[in-house]
Design a protein around this ligand. Sequence first.
Ligand code: MN
Length: 420
Amino acid sequence: MTAPKTSWVESANDGQTHFPLQNLPYGIFSPAGGAPRVGVAIGNQILDLAVLDDAGLLPAAAKGAFAAPSLNRFIALGKPVWTETRERVTALLSADDSKLSGDAALRGKALVPMSAATLHLPVEIPGYTDFYSSREHATNVGRMFRDPENALLPNWLEIPIGYNGRASSVVVSGTALHRPNGQIKLPNEARPVFSPCRKLDYELEMAFIVGKPSNLGEPVSTADAPAHMFGLVILNDWSARDIQQWEYVPLGPFNSKTFGTSISPWVVTMDALEPFRRDNPAQSPEPLPYLQQQGRNAYDIDLEVALQPEGAAAASTVCRTNFKAMYWTMAQQLAHHTVSGCNVRIGDLMGSGTISGTTSDSCGSLLETTRNGAEPVTLADGVKRGFIEDGDTVIMSGWCQGDGYRVGFGEVTGKILPAR
Ligand code: MN
């Protein structure tokens, strides 16, 4: 059986939309005046699954899971229910199916223009972990902050390095954030100053959302890891570089990262990403046995970052890269995370680490692109940026390029307001 390629929702078929029939990502939205509920993005519309559930058109096993302010209840039902729901929604939106398209009253209730809806954080996030899995990013940062001759620390090629982030300040795309204040150690000063951050940056990352919990004390193998993933979002790990540089030894980043982390509103499922799996990157030395993997765990996702200063007519692209070049895969990250016996929970957010390529126009942070501010990027109208200034909006987007269609993530945007 091959999936039908077109939908009766016309905007899903133009080849450019991030949300064709092949995608069907889940999110949480409110229609004007309505309560938050589960929706699926299709073209420039949102399909209201709570309405379809009330009409008896969704799987009985998912009954009641969609009139909810997060995806967690639906995710907890497990992979067979995710698959059955995806098949039902695919059929209901297909051009050759009239059950929904032929029912004008129901169709009018179930389809909401995306422009008329408010999007919310899609999952309730019990924990957020951030990894550091791009060899190019780790090398660039090591060169600048430590030793150009030994840019990669000796543990980097053995461990998918990570740290426990802060879940309480994960926000959905469109949420403005204030520039953080903190301790900054200036050169030639004996003690730090307390000041608004002067080197505010973004980090372009992907993140997976845990869909199946694990038990305390029981490691998840690389082979089992994909079954624990519900889907992916784009993640902007906002970073205050000057605060980070002073605080990060010995326990890693703290205030420099915890003031906010932005994610895209639509969760693209592992099922939708299946055609875009690629071979794993070569790894040398061979990882320890618990990190070795058999399946294909890399994903071909084109990514872009753009900057738009306050009042600028358009955003300027400052980075183009791809997720498939990451050294450590998500399966290895989850195996490493749980190998000690640490359990994971439904909704846990696992950031990939900054995704950088080998050239300055493929770096996933301004720290790298501008070499710590020394070589500013030039935006439209000749505006220059070493780091993010107040009023700037950062826009990240990503998509998998199929044959005549895109499976996309939409955007994660965030504007920086002045420090309080
Ligand atoms: Mn990060």
